[in-house]
Write a protein that binds this ligand. Structure first.
Ligand SMILES: [Zn+2]
Length: 314
């Protein structure tokens, strides 16, 4: 559940973080000078679009509107509120350039929604934010940096003045997002390492991650992320299993609970699950049978629970 938007400290009063959970990414509202429209970084999942609207409305100043949405990347948990926010405020949408053609054609294959069994309401991009470019909101300038790894086209945003980094899914307090290109058979662990190195050079004093609470211990987070990356590199199978389990958990977060046969059919029908099952040498008779093993692991970890033939998102 979202927490009320609160200023992080007095000197960051221009910045509001909506900490959302896992189905929806966090959103960051940037206030400009009095009377100027606000800018929102990322917009959550389509299933939470009404919640996102309510959070934005509550955080806007009297008479203020939302002028712009900047997406760090276009996974369904980061841009699912775009269409609803455009309807409500007429906000302009700014996206990383690597996804521009796929958005223009709304190609759900290239946007990976079909691959990963996810959904997102269609939207149109108004402008691109390229790595190396920056944008200004009020007295603060946010520099966009390429942050490939979790997503090839992802951006992270850094305000040098306050040392604030909006890190998307490139760095969390404990790890980073699934390295999706790796699930798709594309080497990307080196890109993750390079992105972590880049983050270290920025010298951020506060990180607002795509999921989880903002944090100050950036060296500690980098240390944990690198340890995780080392473990994945030494055993890519572990990462692949982790990725498919994360997707299954994410699917359950959206649907709440599902009869076991329906959820197992999701493993059969979701292309990335089938691809990974094949790449790992068919570790079970079918993607569904493999999914049942993975669900067993999730249940052992307490991440899901099976009661009366229904899988619950515990
Ligand atoms: Zn993501």
């Amino acid at each position: 559940m979202p927490i009320p938007a609160a200023p992080l400290t007095a000197h960051l009063a221009h910045l509001r973080v909506f900490e959302r959970g896992w189905l929806s990414s966090n959103n960051v509202l940037l206030h400009g000078d009095d009377g100027d429209p606000a800018t929102l970084i990322d917009s959550g999942h389509v299933a939470h679009a009404e919640q996102t609207l309510a959070l934005v409305r509550r955080a806007l100043r009297p008479g203020q509107t939302l002028g712009c949405i900047v997406n760090t990347h276009l996974h369904s948990d980061h841009c699912g509120g775009n269409a609803a926010l455009v309807r409500a405020f007429g906000a302009r949408i700014v996206i990383p350039p690597g996804d521009a053609d796929a958005v223009a054609q709304w190609d759900e294959d290239r946007l990976t929604y079909r691959l990963t069994g996810q959904r997102c309401e269609r939207f149109t991009a108004d402008a691109l934010l390229r790595p190396g470019e920056s944008f200004t909101v009020g007295a603060r300038t946010w520099q966009a940096h390429a942050a490939p790894g979790h997503d090839t086209h992802s951006l992270i945003l850094f305000d040098d003045h306050d040392g604030v980094l909006i890190s998307a899914d490139a760095l969390w307090e404990n790890g980073f997002g699934v390295v999706f290109p790796e699930l798709d058979g594309v080497d990307a662990f080196d890109a993750v390492a390079a992105t972590l190195d880049l983050i270290e050079t920025l010298g951020a004093r506060l990180v607002i991650p795509g999921h989880g609470a903002p944090f100050n211990d950036v060296p500690g987070a980098l240390r944990r992320a690198r340890a995780r990356l080392t473990a994945f590199r030494s055993d890519p199978t572990r990462h692949a299993r982790h990725g498919i389990k994360a997707l299954a958990k994410y699917h359950l977060l959206e649907v709440g609970s599902q009869p076991l046969p329906t959820l197992l059919a999701w493993f059969d029908a979701t292309p990335i699950a089938r691809q990974v099952w094949q790449r790992l040498g068919r570790p079970a008779a079918s993607p569904a049978a493999w999914g049942e093993l993975l669900l067993g692991e999730l249940a052992a970890q307490g991440a899901v629970a099976l009661r009366a033939g229904v899988v619950h998102n515990d």
